[in-house]
Design a protein around this ligand. Structure first.
Ligand code: GRF
Length: 196
């Protein structure tokens, strides 16, 4: 399974996936490329340090469809089978989603469908939820919306600050994303139809 990862920032979920492929926890796969829309994304250096190829594809004031077309071309040229969004801060165009049906997944730091969008941890915390968590889901053209693959609940403690709650969620994200991608890889490999 050739996996491409899209990032915009620090890339800690990307690192979790790279390390899990390396350890075999995600079996028979390779991280083919890490693509960032931001040249200054901290995750790019972390990917390079791990020997993973990187590409920067900036938006440069273009329409979303044009930007996405360049990313799609990069992923297709590398024959990527599965795309993992890991802190990629852009909504994908319908063209992008249709180019890789059921092959794009995302991680989000809340129990969707609650708290889609930015600063999900802060909004959940300020709302006073007692349980929050993280979600891995398939990506469609709507924000944090596609079918849910796996979730992990995180209890909010009375003593929690936003910072330590967010850190606990992030730790669970890393484990959940590895588990979900591992499950997808195993199910695709064992399915008779597999990927075309
Ligand atoms: C994570 O909280 C992820 O759920 C959200 O963006 C954040 C990215 O963090 N989509 P990182 O770049 O993986 O460290």
């Amino acid at each position: 399974m050739k996996i491409g990862i899209l990032i915009s920032g620090r890339g800690s979920n990307m690192v979790a996936l790279v390390d899990a492929v390396r350890s075999g926890e995600i079996p028979e796969s390779e991280i083919t490329v890490v693509i960032s829309d931001k040249p200054q994304a901290g995750g790019l250096e972390k990917a390079r340090e791990r020997g993973v190829q990187t590409a920067v594809i900036e938006r440069k004031g273009r329409k979303r469809e044009e930007h996405d077309a360049e990313i799609i071309a990069e992923l297709k040229s590398r024959r990527v089978d599965l795309i993992c969004l890991a802190g990629y801060m852009r909504l994908l165009s319908a063209d992008f989603v249709q180019a890789f049906p059921d092959r794009i997944v995302n991680i989000h730091p809340s129990l969707l469908p609650s708290f889609p969008g930015l600063e999900a941890q802060r909004r959940a915390f300020e709302h006073g939820v007692k349980v929050t968590g993280c979600t891995v889901h398939y990506v469609d053209e709507f924000l944090d919306h596609g079918k849910i693959i796996m979730q992990k609940a995180v209890e909010v403690r009375d003593s929690d600050t936003l910072e330590n709650l967010s850190a606990r969620i992030l730790g669970e994200e890393h484990r959940l994303y590895v588990a979900a991608v591992g499950q997808i890889v195993r199910s695709k490999q064992s399915s008779l139809c597999g990927f075309a």
